[in-house]
Design a protein around this ligand. Structure first.
Ligand SMILES: CC(C)(COP(=O)(O)OP(=O)(O)OC[C@H]1O[C@@H](n2cnc3c(N)ncnc32)[C@H](O)[C@@H]1OP(=O)(O)O)[C@@H](O)C(=O)NCCC(=O)NCCS
Length: 151
């Protein structure tokens, strides 16, 4: 029998931040500290989204509109045990919708040049590489800046 787990995407509550921070720590070389996550959340709670499977948070995304019409994805990560099940896509598609509704006509993000999985993931949704940003990360790695044009 094939069991399909339902993915839901919802707003983030303050008590979700520690689990979001755990997912960030296992996912990134340079995760935002919990204090920074809390600070961004206090300023822009509407920028945070969580994905759940069976009532458990398995992924999150932070996306904000800057300069009135440019959306920016600051972070997206899925718990290692729940990757490649469509969770990341569910988060990113919901975020694109929300950013568009909040005035974005294009959405940008930066991704490590070595992170081919994420570049493939963003490409599948419709993001295109824009330029390389030299030494964008604190360890000196370059970033690929990618952009999605909202229709
Ligand atoms: C990038 C990330 C968020 C993708 O989340 P996910 O839930 O695994 O992605 P999805 O299951 O929605 O995958 C959608 C598409 O992305 C691509 N993709 C995802 N994982 C992949 C992998 N391991 N290898 C190759 N392509 C992959 C595929 O094209 C996939 O489509 P398919 O299912 O039809 O093959 C997840 O791998 C992650 O958390 N990585 C660590 C954190 C990170 O790198 N974040 C991005 C920083 S800029």
């Amino acid at each position: 029998m094939v069991t399909q787990k339902i993915i839901s995407v919802r707003d983030v509550e303050p008590e979700d931040l520690p689990i979001i921070h755990e997912i960030a720590e296992e996912s990134f070389k340079d995760p935002y500290p919990l204090s920074l996550l809390k600070h961004i959340y206090e300023t822009k709670p509407e920028g945070f989204m969580a994905a759940e499977i069976g009532g458990e948070i398995v992924g999150y995304l932070i996306g904000l509109v800057r300069w009135s019409d440019v959306g920016h994805i600051l972070a997206i990560a899925v718990d290692e045990l729940h990757r490649e099940k469509g969770v990341g896509s569910a988060l990113l598609i919901n975020a694109i919708d929300r950013l568009k509704n909040n005035g974005a006509n294009r959405i940008r993000l930066e991704v490590r040049v070595s992170n081919e999985i994420a570049q493939e993931f963003y490409g599948k949704i419709g993001f295109k590489p824009r330029k390389v940003v030299p030494a964008y990360y604190s360890d000196g790695e370059d970033a690929v800046s990618m952009e999605y044009k909202c229709k």
